[in-house]
Ligand binder design. Structure first.
Ligand SMILES: [Zn+2]
Length: 99
């Protein structure tokens, strides 16, 4: 969830380079065959050099939203949503391990 006090995290998510998000979702195991059609090729939605972020409002918590990166199957269009904060946390933990 992203709200005003979490602006720093929101900015960090929006600044993640596309290749880092792609590497993270692959490392996290999301690059598996599509459960609908079995195709093995997914497209991570992106614009220029950053992955697209879906901003999903929380209906029972006005002002709060959940952010997701998303991938679509290149054959059937099935979609997969990945928690953006979790991707950021995974990347930050990996950077700390490699520091
Ligand atoms: Zn598919």
């Amino acid at each position: 969830m992203i709200d005003k006090p979490e602006e720093e995290r929101a900015n960090a998510i929006l600044a993640l380079p596309l290749e880092k998000v792609m590497a993270a979702v692959t490392h996290m195991g999301h690059d598996i065959p599509c459960p609908t059609c079995g195709n093995e090729h997914w497209a991570l939605a992106s614009h220029d050099t950053t992955a697209n972020v879906l901003n999903v409002p929380i209906a029972n918590a006005p002002g709060l939203a959940h952010w997701f990166f998303y991938m679509t199957c290149k054959r059937c269009g099935a979609a997969k949503f990945i928690d953006a904060a979790y991707v950021l946390q995974t990347l930050q933990q990996e950077e700390q391990r490699n520091a």
